[in-house]
Ligand binder design. Structure first.
Ligand SMILES: [Cu+2]
Length: 111
């Protein structure tokens, strides 16, 4: 009798632990993470046509940016941080990185 109680207890423990490990496996399922959806940096090249440090805008004549399907054009960008414009001036050839922000793209680095 003592033995059968022990066996029952052992079975109960086993099944509990297998349920526990099953649940753990479920949680370990690959979930979409920010890493998986993170975009590659969008990098462009261009020439500074005009910069407005006070507002945080820069107008660039940029080359095509295939990453986002843009052709070459002259357009105005916002910069994420006005400090980014401290080192650029009209006529500079620059390389810049864009980050989507709503419908727009903002410059996150420029050099
Ligand atoms: Cu453009």
């Amino acid at each position: 009798m003592k033995t059968s109680i022990f066996v029952l207890a052992a079975i109960a423990t086993l099944s509990l632990s297998s349920i526990a490990s099953y649940a753990k496996d479920e949680m370990a399922m690959p979930m979409p993470t920010s890493k998986a959806t993170a975009q590659k940096d969008i990098v462009g090249k261009g020439t500074v046509v005009f910069e407005n440090k006070a507002v945080g805008n820069v107008t660039l004549k940029h080359e095509a940016i295939p990453a986002i399907g843009w052709g070459a054009m002259t357009m105005e960008f916002k910069v994420k941080d006005k400090m980014l414009l401290d080192k650029v001036k009209k006529g500079d050839k620059v390389q810049f990185t864009l980050e989507p922000q709503g419908q727009d793209y903002v410059i996150t680095s420029i050099k």
